[in-house]
Design a protein around this ligand. Sequence first.
Ligand code: KG4
Ligand code: ZN
Length: 324
Amino acid sequence: MITLGIETSCDETAAAVVDRGKVLSGVVSSSVPLHRKYGGVVPEIASRFHIEYINRVTKKALINAKKTIVNVELVAVTELPGLPGSLLSGLSFAKALSYSLNIPLIGINHLHAHIYANFLGKKRFSPRFPFIGVVVSGGHTNIFICRSIKEFSVVGSTKDDAVGEAFDKVAKILGIGYPGGPLIEKYAKRFLRFGMARDNNSIDFPRVFLDRNSLDFSLSGVKTAVLYYAREKKLSRREIARISWSFQEAVFDVLTGKIITACKRFGIKEIFLGGGVISNKCLRGKIKAACKRLGYKFFFPPAGLCVDNAAMVAGLGEALYKYA
Ligand code: KG4
Ligand code: ZN
C-alpha cells in the first residue's frame, strides 16, 4: 500500500514513501541551523519552517520514490506528541491532501513510530509481543511495554528533562554548540583518547535512580551538578572532555539500569530502542554489555532512522491500517 508519511512534530520537516514496509524514499529538511544561536528549539521558528518547506519536501519524497501524488493510497501523519504549532502545520497539510485526493488519513503517535522504526525494511512484520520499547530523544524519555501494534503502555518516563534535552543544555553550559548530544559524545571520546579514563580522572556526577523500584527518570539534578561544577571556570578542551565523559556515564548508567529493571519486572527479554539519543555508541555499548550478561536481545533502527524521520510514521501508519 503506497503510504505517504508526514512528520513535523519538532524541528525536522520530513516526508517519506513506504510500500509494504519497504522505504521507497525519505526526505528530511531540518531547521536546526536556525535554532543554533538560541541553544534549543524555538517553537515559532520551527512551525514557520514547516509551513515553508513541507510542500517541497513532500514533492522530493515522491520524486525520489518514482511516484506521483495520484499513486498515494494512504496518508500517515504525526498527530502527537510535539510542539503544537509544528504538529498543526503537518496535520493541516496531511488533512488537505487526504481530502483532496479522497484517500484515508491516519494519525500517528510519534513515540510509537520511533519504536516502529526498528521494523522498517523487514520482509514480514512479525515482532514477538510483548517487548520493552524505549524512546530516548530530545523531547522524550519513556519506557513502554508493547503488547500489540496498538497497545503501548508507558511504565516509566522522565519527571523533568528528557535525556536529549539534558545533553543539549549541558552542551550549552560547556559552550560547545547545538544540538549537544553528538558533541558531548565527541568530547567524551576525546577523554578516552587523552588517556584520562585510565587515570581514573572522571567526575562523580550523581546517578539519580529516584526510588530504586521506580522506572521514572530525573535529569535535572545531574544537569545542575554540571552547572555548579563548570560555573566560573575557564574550561580547557581537556576539562570539557572530562565533564562530557563523566556526564554521559552518569546518565547512561541510570538509563541502562532502568531498562534492565523494566525487563526483569515484566519478565521480558527483548528490547526495541528508538529516538535520537540511541545513535550514541556509549549508550549502545552499555545496553549491549548488560544484555549479553543476562541473555537478553536488543535492537535499534538502521542509520538515519533513530532521529526524527517520516519513514517511521508511514511504516507504522501502513501497519496500523492493515493489521489493526
Ligand atoms: O529523536 P530526535 O531527532 O528528536 C526528538 O524527537 O526529540 O532526537 C534529537 C535529540 C537531541 O536532543 C540530540 O542532542 C540527541 O537527540 N542526540 C544525541 C546523539 N545524537 C542526537 N544524544 C546523545 N548522543 C548522540 N550521539
Ligand atoms: Zn522524535
